[in-house]
Design a protein around this ligand. Structure first.
Ligand code: HEC
Length: 163
């Protein structure tokens, strides 16, 4: 009896899993052409970027095998699409908006790379020292040391704020 229920349960899970694979979203693994890159302050900064950011913020995404398996494929597709839309170093200088000036701050605060990315990309983990060097490189390349993170970015003093 118990065994039958268990087999039935496993079958249902399997069928649902197989049905998920039929959803067409998540398989569009394109890497559009690289048009232009930013003027990196150093090859080192670019190297850090390729380690920790480029999969979601360039047109040179490395699509891992599990990016073909739903529901992971859906998450990955969405992160790459949204990441590229906000900040894409492969289409630098095109009219599209680029939020590179936020990059240093997001790395400082540990918001980028997205934490969900790290367990499967240990190479994207930067040591404290690497992180500081990377932040300096991001500021030198993209600008953006302006905003302080410690509660002093109140209304009055934010000139040139544009979002
Ligand atoms: C796993 C994918 C992924 C990785 C890796 C990643 N990002 Fe992002 N990034 C995103 C997504 C998705 C968004 C858009 C999210 C949003 O707007 O809230 C984003 C947004 C941004 C933005 C735009 C600002 C904003 O708030 O929208 C910047 C700048 C940025 N990321 C920098 C970086 C940097 C620097 C790294 C490497 C240290 C990095 N990201 C790594 C997915 C990623």
């Amino acid at each position: 009896m118990f065994k039958k229920v268990l087999i039935a349960l496993i079958s249902v899970v399997l069928v649902v899993f197989l049905l998920l694979q039929l959803v067409p979203y998540g398989r569009n693994h394109t890497n559009p052409p690289v048009i232009a890159e930013p003027n990196w302050d150093s090859p080192q900064t670019r190297a850090y970027f390729y380690r920790a950011c480029a999969d979601c913020h360039s047109n040179e995404t490395v699509w891992p095998w599990y990016s073909n398996i739903a529901p992971l494929s859906w998450l990955i597709q969405r992160d790459v699409e949204e990441g590229r839309a906000a900040f894409n170093i492969s289409e630098w200088g095109t009219k599209r908006e680029n939020e590179g000036d936020e990059a240093a701050k997001l790395v400082q605060e540990g918001e980028m790379p997205l934490p969900i990315y790290l367990p499967l990309h240990p190479e994207a983990r930067l040591s404290a020292q690497e992180k500081q060097a990377f932040i300096q490189g991001l500021i030198a390349t993209f600008g953006g040391e302006g905003k302080k993170t410690s509660g002093e970015s109140e209304k009055g003093e934010s000139e040139g704020e544009n979002d």
